[in-house]
Each structure stands twice: as C-alpha cells, then as structure tokens.
Ligand binder design. Structure first.
Ligand code: COA
Length: 194
C-alpha cells in the first residue's frame, strides 16, 4: 500500500501484516546464507515470528523510529529482499540494513534500493546522518557501503553477537551534506500510495 518507487524496476513496499507469509517464505529460502551475517536469522523463521517482527516494526514506524520495507520487482508483485532504516529521532540519524534473495544477488538491487531509502530519509525526514554496520568479513555488504559512498569510520570490536561467536563490526557513515555533495539526491523517487 505505502511505497517508495526506486526506479522503473524496483519498488520498496512498507512491510505490513498481510506480507508475513511471503516474507517468511523468502527468509526460509535464504535462512542459511542470512544466518551467516544476521544474528536474527540464526532462529528459523516462522509465520508467527515474522508477524511479530512486522508488528513491532509498524509500531516503530508510527513513532518515527523505523522504516521497514520489502524490496519488490514486477510492479510490487515479486518480493526479493528487505531494506530498512532504524531511526534515532534524538540524534537525527539512521542505521540502514538490507538483504536480498540469493537469486537476485549481484544485480544492483540492494545498492539501488538503499540509495533511494537514504535519499528519502535525508530529503523527507531531514536526518543528518546514516550509519551502516556490517561484519568486518562481510565483503559483499562492505562493497555496497563503499559503492554508496559511505565513509569507513572504524571497527567496533565484537559489535555483533551471534549464538556462538561475536563479529567485529565495520562502521560506515554518510552525512546528508556528503550525500548531496556526491550528487546522490533522489531521482524519480516519491512516496505514493495505491
Ligand atoms: C550483502 C548483500 C545484501 C548485497 O546485495 P546485492 O544485491 O548483491 O548487492 P548489489 O547487487 O547492490 O551489489 C552490487 C553488485 O551488483 C553489480 N551490479 C549489477 N548491476 C548493478 C546496478 N544496476 N547497480 C549497481 N550495481 C550493479 C555490481 O557490479 C556489484 O557486483 P560485485 O559485488 O560483483 O562488484 C547480499 O549479498 C546479501 O543479502 N547477503 C546476505 C545477507 C547480508 O549479508 N546482509 C547484510 C548484513 S549487514
């Protein structure tokens, strides 16, 4: 219902309760590869766990603390991943997260989706900074950060806790000023409902 068009191929759709089944199926299909880098994915997804996540994310959305979207293609009919932003209203900052279905990896869907969401939170919400945290060893995710023009800010030792290990985290950030200076303002991106 509530969407952020990215380009003529991708639309970000705000996750709602009615998407729980298809989101669960998508997570289950990717569970093992997601669990390598995302602690929440170490627990097998169920319809109930996805529902609980979506409801909590919608509560946060209402409080201006989170935007949790599904990456879709084919006019919003095919769900291929997630792209979301946790927001700290006091600091005026966001923290972006994403993952993509294995079948769609390496085709720019994550980079393009992230670029649109970041532009939107700078333009529409007036945030001043977006952070991106990923395991030091997650080369694909670090490549997304670097492709988007984030600055590497340092390592957070043992910043990501998994069941049986803690990963050092690479912290990246981009400010609204840097984003505009780098010429990444929103193109063809406007919120609409259908
Ligand atoms: C990390 C992850 C999200 C990256 O997603 P992705 O969709 O493969 O990333 P992108 O496609 O945007 O990356 C760009 C790649 O696509 C290519 N590409 C193709 N078309 C492109 C386009 N139109 N625009 C940008 N890049 C394009 C780029 O050349 C690049 O390839 P390379 O990595 O071989 O250099 C994905 O690997 C994933 O889901 N991993 C598992 C979970 C995870 O790690 N989540 C992140 C936790 S912080």
């Amino acid at each position: 219902m509530f969407e952020l068009p990215v380009d003529d191929e991708i639309t970000l759709v705000l996750a709602e309760d009615r998407h729980a089944r298809v989101m669960t199926d998508l997570i289950v299909r990717n569970q093992a590869r997601l669990a390598r880098w995302e602690p929440w994915a170490e627990h097998p997804a169920t319809l109930e766990s996805t529902r609980a996540y979506i409801r909590a994310a919608l509560d946060d959305f209402a409080r201006g603390r989170q935007i949790s979207t599904i990456i879709t293609v084919d006019g919003g009919r095919r769900f291929i991943g997630r792209c979301g932003m946790r927001i700290n209203p006091q600091l005026g900052s966001g923290d972006i997260g994403y993952w993509i279905d294995e079948e769609y990896e390496g085709r720019g869907y994550t980079s393009r989706s992230s670029r649109a969401l970041i532009s939107s939170v700078f333009d529409e919400l007036g945030l001043s900074k977006v952070d991106l945290r990923t395991s030091v060893g997650n080369e694909r995710s670090r490549a997304v950060a670097e492709r988007l023009g984030f600055t590497f800010e340092g390592i957070l030792p043992r910043g990501l806790q998994f069941m049986n290990r803690a990963d050092d985290v690479a912290l990246y950030a981009v400010t609204a000023r840097q984003w505009l200076a780098a010429g990444k303002p929103r193109e063809n991106v406007s919120q609409r409902s259908r």
